[in-house]
Ligand binder design. Sequence first.
Ligand SMILES: [Cu+2]
Length: 152
Amino acid sequence: MNLLKGFLAAALLAVLSSVNAESAKTEAPVEIVVYRSPTCGCCEKWLAHLKQNNFVIKDIVTDDVQAIKDKYGVSPEMASCHTAIVNGYVVEGHVPASDIKNLLKTKPAIVGIAVPGMTVGTPGMEMGDKKEPYNVMSFDSQNHTAVFNSYK
Ligand SMILES: [Cu+2]
């Protein structure tokens, strides 16, 4: 009887560990908190872009996005419409999901990344085939900025 229980437990463990190995292969969803104003239409489109890329969104609608930017150290030079927090990093504006994933993978010593302003052709700011070249910028607590990624 005990032998049978032991066998069953071992079999169950084998099944569970194979399930774990399986889910590790597929990308785990990433949780992100997004602060946006209730009137922001392009913000919603950016949220849709994130959802398509396996992000789980905590959507916080606020009338005072500036207070959030001040709290997390987003300077006026880096500012855009919405501000998001993911794994302790700030993501400001229409940053592509692939850059956020890159940020989470490389874990640089920065405060966050931003696409300042409202650039046409960024995720959520599509206007037909129109595309402006833009940079995803990184910024630190001293407001040092650098190019994180470039789109031509
Ligand atoms: Cu926007």
